[in-house]
Design a binder for this molecule. Structure first.
Ligand code: ZN
Length: 247
């Protein structure tokens, strides 16, 4: 016997099944990442039609079977409709969804990832932020939430907390000027980039989208994250390829 379960979540992806149905992946507060079957969700008059599209956020009522969830009802509070009006922002959004789908796990506590994803999509909708910065914040904070961020608070070789001027992806973080020779791949980073990383990693998710950075900081963050994600995540995202083609 199953029981009905109400979860708060965001639709990461939706796949057509058969003629009228869908299978959706949800990132939920209560159960981490789950997949659910949505019967009849592609029928034009279905109550589930819009609720089962990517980006839909709200409450989902599920029938919990022995090994599957079936979506019974949905009450969506945010469709992130502004994203549809701006193709570039939408592709950043699709990348965040694909990243979360790849990075999050079933039956894992993904509350912080859900919060980060929600706030990052809100930031994409707003015109106040550079989308490239929103992406860097999302990626670095996702790593931090999962305990996989680079160490940027002290020299990885001697532990010194000041003058952390060099980043080494192989070491997984910062080195001071005296220790930079210990990593062949270390490159010089400006102090404001180091502070920006420290801020992103240590701040509460609700305070992440509150600042702007210079182009230098932005390009150093990009270089650091490209190297880091390549080495530690090593996954090629379809939505990122499209995003890179259109930007
Ligand atoms: Zn050192």
């Amino acid at each position: 016997m199953g029981a009905n379960l109400i979860v708060t979540g965001l639709v990461l992806s939706a796949m057509p099944i058969g003629e009228y149905d869908k299978r959706i992946t949800l990132l939920t507060k209560e159960r981490g990442k789950i997949t659910a079957f949505a019967r009849g969700a592609r029928r034009p008059n279905s109550q589930l039609l819009a609720a089962t599209n990517p980006f839909s956020f709200g409450e989902f009522e599920l029938f919990e079977g022995r090994s599957t969830y079936t979506l019974a009802k949905a009450s969506v509070s945010n469709y992130f409709r502004e994203l549809a009006l701006d193709p570039e922002a939408a592709y950043y959004g699709f990348y965040f969804l694909e990243f979360s789908d790849y990075y999050c796990q079933e039956n894992n506590d993904e509350k912080e990832m859900l919060k980060l994803l929600y706030q990052s999509l809100r930031a994409l909708e707003s015109n106040s932020y550079d989308n490239r910065l929103v992406r860097a914040i999302f990626e670095l904070k996702a790593l931090a939430v999962n305990g996989e961020a680079p160490n940027v608070f002290g020299c990885l070789s001697c532990g010194k907390k000041e003058q952390l001027f060099y980043f080494s992806v192989r070491k997984g973080g910062m080195l001071c000027a005296d220790c930079k020779k210990k990593a062949e791949d270390a490159w010089k980073m400006t102090e404001s980039t180091v502070y920006t990383m420290q801020y992103i990693i240590s701040s509460d998710i609700t305070k992440l989208f509150t600042f702007a950075v210079s182009d230098t900081v932005l390009s150093e963050l990009r270089r650091m994250l490209d190297e880091y994600l390549h080495l530690y995540l090593n996954h090629s995202f379809k939505s990122l390829k499209i995003l890179e083609e259109i930007t």
